[in-house]
Design a protein. Structure first.
Length: 865
């Protein structure tokens, strides 16, 4: 999908305009400062016009320059890694808390480069009042930026960080000023039409709602038009009133009654016309494919092939090629161990180059669950996930692509395990990452930092146990040897975690994210669940049933599940993956009750948003929203109740544009979408030669305390309603990062939605009863009865199910059974005759099994040729 640029935020267009105006009247005349009414602005910069040479200014030692005609031109060497490897600056600027300032400068460059302009305190941890990334060209441009100081600083620094470029270049700077008395900057994003819709599309037989932002206190009329402008439906809005989380007064428009299909529908109300949207069944297949294809260019340790991921080809990152120091033999930070591990591979966590076991575990588990759901859910379609379906290099190996992608990460998780014979053997190192934080942009292959293993933790060890256990059962039919290795790693990790149940990650505060997690009862629960599902062993069932999380505590909390709270993952899998846990019904009931609570919150919300009622939006809120939809999807799979399916579909509206910002948080989807997610290599906003993130990349989303984190949020998001605390700026890592865990949530929900599109109209009228008639220690006898519930004969009936873990087929009668991967296909029922209406046909087989009780598959699907 081409990344057509959506509108830039209004403020940024204004700045571009200001700069253009200044150029038109001659670049020496800077853009006029917005001034406070009562006082003349003071310029805090000494010698900003370079009338006195370079008095007041300093540079890093690697720069030389000369002043002529009020312009300071500096030669910048090539070949440095970070922006801060070459700096020109001025110190000692007094800033007053609450006061607004305007930074002005004119700059040009011998070649097009982006630089980093900062007003900061020059002391660790380098708090920032202003961070901007102007792109300089041969033509001098005037830049102006306003900001409000958050604290009194007597010693602020203006710094132009100009390093990290491969080739030498020259910077020319003039007319620098930092003026007091500016108008405070106001975040005024382009929120588009006030009629907010799911910009991707609605299902013909699904819920169709929009949210109108309006002060009107009475219902207003709405009209739905098709692409030709023909009126398709009309009605009246329902007044909702103030929504504090959005900071707006809203109405809800419900056009669910419309079942027509087509592209480019628009909804008009209150004098505004929505962005166009489709009504149809097709939208989510592409979204699911894109969301899962996000992972390949996120891989470490492999060159990304541009033919596979067009526009995203790049050199392998963190292999042992300079300037990378390589992940092939990494030791512990501070000499804490005397071994090295080969931890090449895995996924980069996010926009940084770190690789973290805690977050890697949940991410890969959710991706594997896309596949596992397809095996067991009544609407699941494993064919859509077959070999050759994603943009990855492993086509033709006969393994479903989503499992190939998952294996890339599972192998990394396994490589992070402390080797046998060492202290804490079997534990997993919490994370591995650079010694120091690097700047943006920086291609993975250009990162010169030393990388280290951080100490093992119980949370990481249990992530490894859970993810590797799940991998073991999913890879068993494709690569039994790998499956056995994964299971061994998982069981070793489990034993190590039991022996070391409270080793928590300590963050050294540099070079990587913390992912600290000091409550691991949920990780124990999740790992026990996955190990139980894979092995059937009573040890793990006992652990589950002894856990306080099993019955007493409601794990379906308001925040949904996330990397720090993973018990829900265990519950969902226990409920949906066939198993013989004695009180499995209770777990099923908990999942459904969890979904009921989430759905009730969503139904009461004018955006169909089941999140944030408490007024807080956390870091990565979009993933929390989507993970709640995963629970609704599981409830639909378990009950077949369409309210849950509709809840998932309506819940996607918020992510895809029906929200306070009118923004789709998925790159490439909708009319106005996020595309400047924080990333060191999708850094198009900083360097036009680099791409935006690939289509299907989810942004973290609104974070109501973002301004306590990143400098861009500090500048623009200090006074926002929670739903609006978001900015599509690469510098806002607290609202706008991309991560492997957030895209996993999107992958799960998009794959669920895609499956709903495919199945509804195609299911033939037959019902199936699958019965285990008897079992003995090593085998069982199953009988399958299929009934024609319609009024026409069924020709060529084919049944399909996924064989529960631990079982296989020995021989069958009255039907041909073929097994490929997990899937069993039954054809030639009774020799292939047509099944008459109302008639039942029965066939059977003998299976072999391991020590656990044989259970029926979750679903048997029926199709006709
Ligand atoms: O997603 C993480 C979020 O839950 C935490 O609150 C936040 C601060 O610790 O960190 C987020 O994770 C970041 C990680 O630390 C480093 N890589 C990028 C991650 C996403 O922003």
């Amino acid at each position: 999908m081409p990344l057509s640029a959506p509108d830039r935020p209004l403020w940024s267009r204004r700045l571009a305009l200001a700069a253009a105006t200044a150029l038109a009247v001659g670049f020496a005349a800077a853009a006029p400062a917005a001034q406070a009414q009562d006082e003349e602005p003071t310029d805090l910069i000494t010698n900003g016009d370079f009338a006195d040479g370079t008095t007041g200014w300093w540079t890093t030692a690697n720069l030389t320059g000369a002043v002529a005609d009020g312009q300071w031109c500096v030669d910048v060497p090539g070949g440095t890694a970070n922006p801060w490897d070459a700096i020109v600056g001025q110190d000692g600027l007094p800033l007053v808390a609450g006061e607004s300032y305007e930074l002005q400068f004119t700059a040009s460059a011998s070649s097009d480069v982006s630089v980093r302009a900062l007003v900061q305190r020059p002391v660790d941890p380098w708090p920032t009042a202003l961070e901007e990334f102007p792109i300089l060209t041969a033509e001098p441009q005037a830049f102006t930026y306003t900001f409000t100081a958050g604290a009194d600083w007597s010693d602020a620094q203006l710094a132009f960080q100009i390093g990290r470029h491969a080739d030498p270049w020259q910077l020319c700077l003039s007319e620098v000023a930092l003026l007091t008395g500016a108008e405070p900057p106001v975040y005024d994003p382009d929120t588009g039409p006030r009629v907010r819709v799911n910009q991707v599309g609605y299902f013909p037989d699904g819920p169709k709602r929009a949210t109108l932002v309006t002060e009107a206190t009475e219902p207003v009329p709405w009209q739905l038009h098709d692409a030709a402008g023909t009126l398709v439906a009309d009605g009246e809005s329902a007044v909702h009133g103030d929504d504090p989380a959005a900071g707006e007064s809203v109405h809800v428009i419900d056009f669910s009654g419309v079942t027509a299909v087509g592209e480019d529908y628009t909804l008009t109300a209150d004098g505004e016309t929505s962005y166009p949207f489709a009504i149809g069944r097709d939208a989510y297949g592409a979204l699911a494919t894109d969301a899962m294809s996000f992972y390949y260019p996120q891989r470490s340790g492999i060159a990304i092939d541009d033919a596979i991921a067009p526009g995203y080809g790049r050199e392998a990152g963190h292999v042992d090629v300079a300037p990378n120091q390589g992940d092939g033999a990494v030791t512990c930070y501070g000499g804490a161990c005397d071994y090295t591990l080969d931890v090449t591979g895995g996924w980069y966590d996010a926009g940084d180059h770190g690789k973290y076991v805690v977050n890697g575990g949940i991410s890969v588990a959710q991706l594997m669950s896309v596949y596992e759901r397809a095996l067991h859910a009544p609407t699941g379609d494993p064919d859509r996930l077959a070999d050759g379906t994603l943009r990855i290099p492993e086509h033709g190996d006969g393994v479903p692509d989503v499992l190939d992608e998952a294996r890339w990460e599972v192998e990394f998780l396994m490589a992070m395990q402390v080797p046998e014979g060492e202290e804490l053997a079997g534990m997993a190192h919490h994370k591995m990452h650079d010694e120091n934080w690097t700047g943006l942009p920086l291609m993975p292959s250009d990162d010169p930092e030393a990388r280290f293993l951080e100490p093992p933790s119980t949370a990481a060890t249990l992530n490894l146990a859970a993810a590797a256990a799940q991998a073991a059962r999913l890879f068993e039919p494709y690569d039994p040897e790998f499956a056995a290795q994964a299971l061994e790693a998982a069981e070793t990790a489990w034993a190590a975690a039991l022996a070391n149940p409270a080793i928590y990650a300590v963050d050294r505060g540099a070079g990587g994210g913390p992912y600290g997690d000091n409550k691991v009862t949920d990780e124990f629960y999740w790992a026990a669940a996955e190990l139980f599902l894979t092995t059937g062993s009573q040890t793990y069932a006992d652990h589950l049933q002894d856990s306080e999380l099993h019955v007493e505590e409601d794990v379906f909390t308001a925040g949904g599940f996330w990397w720090g709270e993973v018990a829900q993952l265990g519950k969902i899998d226990l409920a949906t993956v066939p198993n013989a846990l004695s009180d499995r019904d209770a777990v099923v009931a908990q999942v459904v009750a969890g979904a009921d609570a989430y759905l009730a919150e969503q139904d009461a919300n004018p955006w169909d948003l089941g999140y944030g009622a408490a007024g807080t939006f956390d870091w990565g809120s979009n993933s929390a929203v989507l993970n709640r939809l995963v629970v609704l999807g599981a409830a639909f799979d378990l009950t077949g109740d369409l309210r849950y399916r509709d809840g998932v579909l309506a819940g996607l509206d918020y992510i895809l544009g029906r929200n306070a910002l009118g923004n789709s948080y998925v790159t490439g989807y909708g009319s106005h979408f996020s595309q400047n997610q924080h990333s060191r290599w999708y850094a198009n906003q900083l360097d036009p030669n680099l791409p935006n993130p690939p289509a299907g990349t989810l942004s973290g989303g609104p974070n109501s305390v973002a301004s306590t984190w990143d400098p861009v949020a500090q500048r623009w998001l200090t006074d926002c309603a929670p739903q609006r605390c978001y900015i599509d700026d690469i510098g806002s890592w607290a609202t706008n990062e991309l991560t492997v865990n957030w895209n996993a949530s999107l992958s799960q929900v998009a794959a669920f939605a895609a499956d709903q599109a495919a199945t509804v109209e195609t299911a033939p009228s037959c019902s199936v009863e699958y019965r285990i008639n008897g079992q003995w220690p090593s085998g069982f006898n199953a009988q399958v009865a299929v009934t024609n519930t319609g009024d026409a004969p069924l020709e060529g009936v084919t049944l399909r199910w996924s064989m529960p873990t631990g079982q296989s087929i020995t021989h069958s009668w009255s039907a041909d059974l073929a097994r490929e991967g997990h899937l069993v296909t039954a054809t030639e029922l009774g020799g292939g005759y047509a099944l008459k209406p109302g008639r039942t046909f029965t066939f059977g087989f003998i299976g072999s099994k391991d020590a656990r009780s044989a259970v029926s598959p979750a679903t048997v699907t029926c199709s006709v040729n």
